[in-house]
Design a protein around this ligand. Structure first.
Ligand code: FES
Length: 154
């Protein structure tokens, strides 16, 4: 009686894309929120790099466009919740800046899903982790930015 063997599994030729995400986090809330996630050992995706700014209102369209130009697949701007900004109206300024950024990103022909503005407080380590995981998942599904000359694959 002939023995039956399973056919060898074919290795998938398609490698998994690993997004390169730049996060601008304000010093007083979001950076501390990221730290909170780390201190509490909340597991989340490592596929992002944080740039600390004093306030989300400091993040002009030029910051985001430069990150995209240098190969970021997506950019997240994060600051304090309304009413918590240490510079009072900084995060309202961030909203204005972000609206301008959206217009420029759209003009460049990039998907607006590649940029995001979110609020995370110093106590919201869990929210930070969920936000990062969700954004990494979204950009993984979207694929590399057309401006990224060297996308990363597994
Ligand atoms: S200090 Fe956090 S948004 Fe202004």
């Amino acid at each position: 009686m002939a023995t039956r063997t399973r056919p060898a599994k074919k290795k998938s030729a398609k490698k998994k894309f690993i997004p390169n995400i730049v996060v601008f986090a304000c010093n007083w809330c979001s950076y501390a929120g990221a730290d909170n996630a780390g201190v509490n050992r909340i597991q989340h995706s490592p596929h992002f790099r944080v740039i600390r700014t004093m306030c989300s209102g400091r993040v002009t369209p030029a910051f985001v466009l430069k990150a995209l130009k240098l190969g970021a697949d997506a950019v997240l701007v994060s600051g304090c919740h309304f009413g918590d900004c240490h510079y009072i109206f900084g995060n309202y300024k961030a909203v204005e800046q972000f609206e301008k950024t959206k217009g420029l990103v759209k003009t460049l022909g990039l998907d607006l899903k590649r940029i995001r503005l979110e609020w995370v407080s110093a106590a919201e380590g869990g929210r930070w982790a969920n936000l990062i995981n969700e954004f990494v998942q979204q950009i993984t599904e979207l694929g590399p930015s057309p401006l990224n000359p060297k996308p990363t694959y597994e």
